[in-house]
Design a protein around this ligand. Structure first.
Ligand code: NDP
Length: 462
């Protein structure tokens, strides 16, 4: 039986890895999810024979499976696309909390004076799982606007957080060295929960996706540690995969934002947005704005159009209108593609998900590195609700908060159409020189309304 279970775990592990690999392209992402979920079902079913079916615990486990499946399935079906980040935060937090509780149960089972090698993974799991749980709950509350999304800071905050971390370290030593202290790990858990909250409070709401990705890595590590405690190979593999991919995603997102992870975690980015917004666009420079008819004619007679979608496209839910415009242009012989910046929108893969939902062909979605050289040959860069990801100050303004962030070369296109509602800045809260570029025509309005007007204008163009 043990061999059969190990083989099933091996199959599950392979499916997790293949599923993850599939997630690396929009084309394979849907299948990747199914494959990884199949792996999870196999791992769950393979675990059942390990249970003592006569014990009362089995009923509790079965009730847990039913409740978990129902909440997961209903939640995933009902959640709005814009609320995915907070759903991920919630589910991730629950995973971290579960790993911590499993570790508590194991420590209780071990009784007094467990061997160091036995106790250490459990202690690790309690600390990291609790931080992940509490931090994810704060991230959820920020994104769901149950609390303010602006960074909550106070003088000496990092010192206080440092003291908390040091106290946790001290308790870990105490629990491992003097394990006879009954329930000392409860204090450890409370401290870790407090640190989880304190760690996320000073981080701005819009930076939450990066934090969630990091906490996701934490949960993975806590789960892997639980795997060591329970001697469960599937948990070790799954936890390590989550830990590794979460860490990589955190690094890639920070790089794509042109910021260090330390700046995301400790920089209180977004604290001064209101001030930044107030100065944006007040330099007395003039911009050109155009009519739907003029822009429609320009698009209709172009050979090459690159659409640059951004957060505003998501807010306006303009993905279907964008696809309609693109299809119309393609029927006229215009070559259309979409330039996807890795951190456009507010969560990883935001634009891919939205455009896939609108059935935009995958071949038209081009990653930044793939398309950046093509802007110079494009007749029009049509910027739909994007801002920071095309802001040239990332290249040429060393003092700018986004200096160093790789951007889409929209400024190199022959014509630039900038679609947004006002002169207000984007997430970074800074003015965008591209709006004042002589090649740029602003087209003000809600992205969905504006695209619908452009569709009509292109149809009307002779
Ligand atoms: P930005 O936030 O820079 O800009 C979005 C623009 O959309 C705004 O300037 C806004 O202007 C416009 N807009 C908002 N609503 C509408 C609407 N209904 N119709 C038309 N326009 C609208 O978005 P980008 O996608 O360019 O950049 C993403 C930013 O978010 C980057 O700074 C990135 O670092 C950050 N970020 C991304 C994460 C990710 O994982 N993707 C995670 C965390 C942060 P106006 O108000 O005038 O309409």
């Amino acid at each position: 039986m043990r061999t059969a279970i190990s083989l099933a775990y091996l199959v599950a592990a392979v499916l997790f890895i293949v599923g993850l690999k599939q997630l690396s392209s929009p084309k394979g992402a849907r299948n990747g999810n199914f494959i990884a979920a199949a792996g999870m079902v196999i791992a769950l079913v393979a675990t059942l024979p390990l249970l003592n079916f006569t014990s009362a615990g089995v009923t509790i486990i079965l009730i847990g499976i039913v409740i978990g499946t129902a909440v997961g399935a209903v939640g995933a079906r009902m959640v709005k696309m814009t609320a995915i980040p907070q759903m991920v935060a919630l589910f991730n937090g629950v995973g971290g909390g579960a790993a911590a509780l499993v570790a508590v149960a194991e420590l209780l089972r071990m009784g007094q004076h467990p061997a160091f090698t036995e106790a250490f993974p459990s202690i690790f799991s309690i600390v990291i799982g609790s931080i992940s749980f509490a931090g994810s709950m704060v991230a959820f509350a920020k994104l769901q606007e149950l609390m303010t999304g602006t960074p909550i800071t106070y003088p000496g905050q990092q010192v206080v957080n440092g003291i908390l971390a040091a106290a946790i370290f001290g308790f870990v030593i105490a629990v491992l060295a003097v394990a006879s202290v009954p329930f000392s790990f409860i204090a450890l858990m409370v401290l870790a929960l407090v640190l989880g909250v304190a760690f996320v409070l000073p981080i701005g709401g819009a930076d939450m996706p990066v934090v969630i990705s990091l906490l996701n890595a934490f949960t993975g590590l806590a789960v892997a540690a639980s795997g060591f405690t329970l001697n469960n190979f599937a948990l070790i593999v799954a936890g390590t995969l989550v830990g590794a991919s979460g860490s990589l995603l955190t690094k890639m997102m920070s790089d794509a934002m042109g910021r260090s992870l330390a700046n995301v975690l400790f920089g209180a980015f977004g604290k001064s947005h209101a001030g930044a917004a107030a100065i944006a666009g007040k330099e007395g420079r003039s911009v050109r704005s155009g009519s739907a008819e003029d822009i429609g004619t320009l698009l209709a007679y172009s050979q090459r159009v690159i659409i640059v979608p951004g957060y505003g496209l998501a807010v306006a839910q303009a993905q279907h209108a964008a696809r309609e415009l693109a299809e119309l242009l393609e029927r006229r012989g215009v070559e259309v593609s979409y330039a996807i910046h890795p951190v456009a929108g507010r969560m990883p893969g935001h634009m891919n998900v939205l455009l896939a939902e609108a059935n935009v062909p995958y071949e038209q979605l081009k990653e930044m590195d793939e398309i950046n050289d093509e802007f110079k040959n494009a007749d029009v860069a049509l910027i739909v609700g994007a801002n920071d990801v095309v802001n040239p100050s990332a290249r040429n303004a060393p003092g700018s908060p986004i200096y160093g962030m790789p951007i889409l070369n929209a400024d190199q296109a022959k014509n630039i159409i900038f679609m947004k509602r006002s002169m207000r800045p984007g997430f970074a809260g800074i003015d965008n020189d591209l709006m004042y570029d002589p090649k740029t025509v602003m087209f003000f309005g809600d992205a969905k309304d504006s695209l619908t007007k452009l569709v009509a204008a292109v149809k009307a163009a002779a």
